[in-house]
Design a protein around this ligand. Structure first.
Ligand code: KG4
Ligand code: ZN
Length: 338
């Protein structure tokens, strides 16, 4: 079964064809990052306009690259939530029109569930149940992936996502948007022990995350240094920040796996491209004898292949939509209330 995936939740217009949820036939991404860079972050209105311009050529290229026409696809999967509402609406409206015109089933996909499905594209042996850790610019979440379409959140961020913390700290350090990757590069030159960053202690669910305190601490540290005309070694600071986030993500994920009895962990989301997060969690899984999966860096960020992969499993589970499908800016995982 061949699914066309469409993704437009933030600043990437993407389309892909995936066979049986596992094999990429084409994968096209038109990134707007260079344009948003001059504003230091994504400008929602601009993102929507660019999606409108890009969506038709991107979908056409995905079909062309796979050597297919719309008549050859078995379903159209689209990210409908969560994300920038105007951006999501472009993909959802386009997918609805295409589904109506072609008579193909329309399959709604939750963006976070899509990130988790990126692992299916490269790990044929990965099958639920397992514990997912999804770390992106908008979300940080540990979730039991009970079967391909049943998710149960174990813990999530109470404020900023890890990617938001990376990006805002990167901006304060003078790196361009999106800053996460620049922090990663700087961290590899730096000495993490040069700074002692505060570790957030939280009451309640031990698997929840909070990154806003760390973000504020670093932004204030840089601001105060600037006011006192002191220089800060940003390589060292980046290394300390990356170590802090990697260790926090790893400690909570391993503890949750132990408590819930999972021996398989899969990392995903844009921040899963981070070298510190990847190596820290991989090492901890090895130490504990857990099977560990993560996507290649090329499939960590937003793409439509992951949406098509999850779309395939949604379709098998009977999760389809009609022309009343709407975009939703903020939405919990399937079956969970906000
Ligand atoms: O999943 P994603 O592409 O978009 C959302 O769904 O939010 O994640 C984007 C986030 C951004 O915050 C970006 O800076 C971060 O992933 N990111 C990284 C790295 N590559 C991307 N953060 C740290 N290190 C990286 N190498
Ligand atoms: Zn994403």
């Amino acid at each position: 079964m061949r699914i066309l995936g469409i993704e437009s939740s933030c600043d990437e217009t993407a389309a892909a064809i995936v066979e049986d949820g596992r094999r990429i036939l084409s994968n096209v991404i038109a990134s707007q990052a260079d344009e948003h860079k001059q504003y230091g972050g994504v400008v929602p209105e601009l993102a929507s306009r660019r999606h409108c311009e890009n969506i038709l050529p991107v979908v056409r290229k995905a079909l062309d690259d796979a050597g297919m026409t719309i008549g050859d696809v078995d379903g159209i999967a689209v990210t409908y939530a969560p994300g920038l509402i105007g951006a999501l609406l472009v993909g959802v409206s386009f997918a609805k029109g295409l589904a109506m015109m072609s008579g193909k089933p329309l399959i709604p996909v939750h963006h976070t569930e899509g990130h988790a499905a990126a692992n299916y594209l490269v790990h044929p042996d990965l099958k639920p149940p397992y514990l997912g850790i999804i770390v992106s610019g908008g979300h940080t979440r540990i979730a039991e992936i009970l079967d391909y379409t049943t998710f149960r959140t174990v813990g999530k961020t109470r404020d900023d996502a890890a990617g938001e913390c990376f990006d805002k700290c990167a901006r304060a350090m003078g790196f361009p948007y999106p800053g996460g990757v620049h922090v990663d590069q700087a961290a590899q030159r730096g000495d993490a022990s040069a700074f002692r960053l505060p570790r957030i202690k939280m009451e309640g669910n031990p698997y929840d995350f909070s990154f806003s305190g760390l973000k504020t601490y670093i932004v204030n540290l840089l601001h105060n240094a600037e006011q006192c005309h002191k220089t800060v070694n940003c390589d060292d600071l980046a290394a300390a920040l990356q170590k802090d986030i990697a260790e926090t993500v790893t400690a909570k994920t391993i503890a949750a796996a132990k408590e819930l009895g999972y021996r398989t962990i899969a990392l995903s989301g844009g921040v899963s491209a981070n070298s510190g997060v990847r190596s820290c969690l991989e090492a901890a899984c090895r130490e504990n004898g857990f099977a560990f999966y993560m996507p290649p860096v090329s499939l960590c960020g937003d793409n439509a292949a992951m949406i098509a992969a999850q779309g395939y499993y949604n379709y098998l589970a009977g999760i389809t939509a009609d022309e009343t499908l709407n975009a939703v800016a903020s939405k919990e995982l399937r079956g969970e209330s906000a």
